[in-house]
Design a protein around this ligand. Structure first.
Ligand code: NAD
Length: 283
């Protein structure tokens, strides 16, 4: 019998912890604030930004939204980031991706001060993550680690297979699992015989971006299955990378989509913003 990992429950728990700390800081006269930049009218980005603002409200973090038009130039955006970098009232800066094509995302990521880079995309923070000396970890992979921890799933010595090697999910996921002494395999689009790896995994983490990509025959009996994917199925319904209905019969633990990793990403963003504020105030 499988157990459904409830990302909503765990994210509420994390946000509540953040809220308690934010209130304590307020008593010391320290406010915690996050600047959220959105460029253009991408509907998915708008939903993400609104959800982040709601999480700020729930945790007592002050959010400042900078909604810029699609025509904003790269120079204008970099200028805004520079201002926010030197604004003492701003603790975290988040620039919602993707950006319009005429703006170089890499330049934008590198322009955000590493101390305020609560998404953990800056090269300095990525390096610190791999050294195990980090203030912030990438939100989605850290969300997965917190889910595993909450359910008492120890990764030490376990055979963990990540499907996907992106900079925002697959690679930092590998780093965090390694830090906790898991044996980590990262599979990707060029991996040959993917099932060979997944069938031997105690924990499978799917971050592919393809609906129902991970099927029951790819999973060993009793495996933990974490689904990071956010896709639409043939009926336009939200679904993950895992064929949930069939895989759940073999899994010991499994995350649903929605309600699994998604809410955790935002909860970790709040946690990171709090960490940034504490850091900047030497607390
Ligand atoms: P990406 O497109 O950058 O990376 C996808 C990865 O999948 C690549 O590394 C690629 O090598 C691998 N891949 C593609 N086809 C494959 C195949 N046939 N076999 C094995 N590997 C294959 O995507 P991403 O940004 O890492 O996101 C992955 C998914 O996670 C997307 O659905 C995205 O929407 C979702 N996501 C969710 C959250 C969240 O908060 N839950 C956050 C970030 C991303």
């Amino acid at each position: 019998m499988y157990k459904r990992i409830d990302g909503k429950e765990v994210s509420s728990y994390i946000k509540n912890q953040v809220k308690i700390e934010v209130e304590k800081l307020a008593e010391q006269g320290v406010e915690v604030s996050l600047a959220v930049i959105i460029v253009g009218n991408n509907p998915a980005s708008r939903v993400y930004v609104n959800n982040k603002k709601k999480a700020c409200e729930a945790t007592g973090i002050i959010s400042h939204e900078y909604a810029l038009s699609e025509e904003t130039s790269e120079a204008e955006l970099l200028n805004l980031i520079n201002k926010l970098n030197s604004d003492e009232k701003i603790n975290g800066i988040l620039c919602q991706l993707p950006l319009p094509e005429h703006i170089d995302e890499k330049k934008v990521i590198e322009a955000i001060s590493p101390m305020k880079d609560v998404d953990c995309f800056h090269a300095v923070n990525v390096g610190k993550l791999w050294l195990g000396e980090y203030e912030f970890a990438a939100c989605t992979p850290m969300g997965v680690m917190l889910l595993l921890d909450y359910y008492g799933i120890d990764v030490e010595g376990k055979n963990c297979v990540i499907i996907g090697r992106s900079n925002i999910v697959g690679k930092p996921m590998a780093s965090l699992l390694l830090e906790k002494s898991a044996t980590v395999t990262v599979c990707h689009s060029r991996t040959q015989n993917l099932s060979f790896f997944t069938k031997n995994a105690d924990i499978v983490i799917a971050a592919v971006g393809k609906a129902k990509f991970v099927t029951a025959d790819m999973i060993k009996e009793g495996a933990v299955v974490i689904d990071v994917g956010i896709n639409r199925d043939e009926n336009g319904k939200l679904c993950g990378d895992v064929d949930f209905e069939n895989v759940k019969e073999k899994a010991s633990y499994i995350t649903p989509v929605p309600g699994g990793c998604g809410p955790m990403t935002i909860a970790v963003l709040m946690k990171n913003t709090l960490a940034a504020a504490k850091n900047q105030n030497n607390i």
